[in-house]
Design a binder for this molecule. Structure first.
Ligand code: PMP
Length: 405
């Protein structure tokens, strides 16, 4: 491994604490990651040294805050290799990015009777905004199914695309199964049929190198809080010709060019989609998180996470009655499972008493739960700061808990 795990763990103050007198084992990274000290410092520094409202800057503080805010936009542009900074829109998270895209794309491009393909493994965030839009426009949602390994049945995609299909909405990485979807392959097929593609990158951006030009996606969305950055910050990337056609999602300050009661004109990209005072300090601190992540190297982080995934999977598999959901070979460091005869909620609650943080429930993916005929799972999800020793603690605790039932 090419990074210093001990040093990395020291960067994260929250990981040093004890829960119920046991060292914290944080395996809920797919829900939200923890922050290194330098991201916390960046937040503090913004508020103590150069906080002011951005863009209408006639004074020193506002000017400095504006520069730092816009610097993060460039960092995001570089991170995902977007063609231009105008294509990076700051939102409050993936959810808002999807709502923005669904509303504005719907207004510009969707007619009654049109179809949007959504996969069966989507998070509710990548289902409901498209349903809302379909409801408003009289469009139809078509479901791309998955198989029992938790793999997208992309061989069925071609026959699901009709002359009325306008967009495919799909996640890059499943938050439940860990499945990494073949986005490039889907994009090539979609574009060959004149269909646009929206990718939910919430679970991908911290774990995969993203190149939106190489993937050739039309939209890509993600959240800073799953990338060791602050909560309340997200990104929507879009192809310029689409963003230019799309109407604003929210009205307010900054998104306008001129306001008249006889009619208002809108600002240029990306400001047309950034109404009101944004999360200034959060965006600035997100820049620090991107620097941190790039300094470690996403590819190094991902390699270690794969070691952890395989190490944990190998120890979970032999446990009697345990079933893992999501067994496609190409997967991210997320393990969802159930144990026969034990409710997932009881497992999670008991693991917590050992200082182990996992997530239980439907993981905002009801259709996926329905596919497997279950109410929920236990989910352990790893980040680069996790260790094999923590997995040993987790496996030992899990076996103890199971033996109690
Ligand atoms: N999509 C996926 C795949 C997710 O895992 C999540 C977060 N659990 C979201 C969307 C929503 O992200 P946020 O809550 O940051 O808006």
């Amino acid at each position: 491994m090419s990074f210093d795990l001990k040093k990395i763990r020291e960067d994260f103050p929250i990981l040093q604490q004890k829960i119920y007198n046991r060292p914290l084992v944080y395996f809920d990274n797919a829900a939200t990651t923890q922050r290194p000290q330098l991201v916390i410092d960046a937040l503090t520094r913004t508020y103590t040294e150069y906080y002011g409202n951005i863009h209408r800057a006639a004074h020193f503080l506002a000017d400095k805050a504006t520069l730092a805010y816009e610097e993060t936009r460039e960092k995001v542009q570089n991170l995902i290799n977007a063609e231009s900074r105008e294509q990076i829109i700051f939102t409050k998270g993936t959810t808002e990015s999807i709502n923005l895209a669904a509303f504005a794309f719907g207004e510009s491009y969707i007619q009654e009777g049109d179809e949007i393909i959504v996969s069966e493994m989507e998070h509710h965030s990548n289902i409901v905004p498209w349903q809302l839009m379909a409801g408003r426009k009289g469009a139809k949602i078509i479901v791309l199914p998955i198989d029992d390994k938790g793999r997208l049945e992309i061989e069925k995609l071609e026959s699901l695309i009709s002359p009325r299909t306008k967009l495919i909405a799909v996640t890059h990485v499943s938050n439940v199964l860990g499945t990494i979807n073949p986005i490039k392959q889907i994009t090539v097929l979609a574009h060959s049929r004149n269909v646009r593609i929206f990718v939910d990158g919430a679970q991908a951006a911290a774990h995969l190198l993203i190149d939106v030009q190489d993937l050739d996606v039309d939209f890509y969305a993600f959240s800073a809080h799953k990338m060791y950055g602050p909560n309340g910050v997200g990104v929507l990337y879009g192809k310029k010709e689409l963003l230019e056609q799309m109407p604003p999602y929210q009205g307010g300050g900054e998104m306008i060019s001129e306001v008249r009661f006889s009619g208002t004109t809108y600002n240029e990209l990306p400001y047309k989609f950034e109404a009101g005072t944004p999360n200034i300090s959060g965006v600035i601190a997100f820049g620090a998180a991107i620097d941190y992540l790039e300094n470690i190297g996403i590819e190094h982080a991902a390699a270690w996470e794969t070691v952890l995934l395989n190490y944990a999977t190998d120890q979970l598999r032999p446990i009697p009655g345990l079933r893992i959901y999501g067994t496609q070979a190409d997967k991210s460091a997320v393990i969802s499972f159930n144990v026969e005869g034990v409710h997932f909620f009881d497992l999670g609650t008991m693991l917590d008493k050992f200082g182990i943080a996992v997530r239980t429930g439907h993981h905002c993916a009801d259709p996926l739960m329905e596919h497997f005929g279950i109410q929920g799972t236990v989910r352990a999800s790893f980040a680069f700061y996790n260790t094999k020793e923590e997995i040993d603690v987790f496996i030992e605790a899990l076996k103890k808990v199971i033996s109690m039932f």
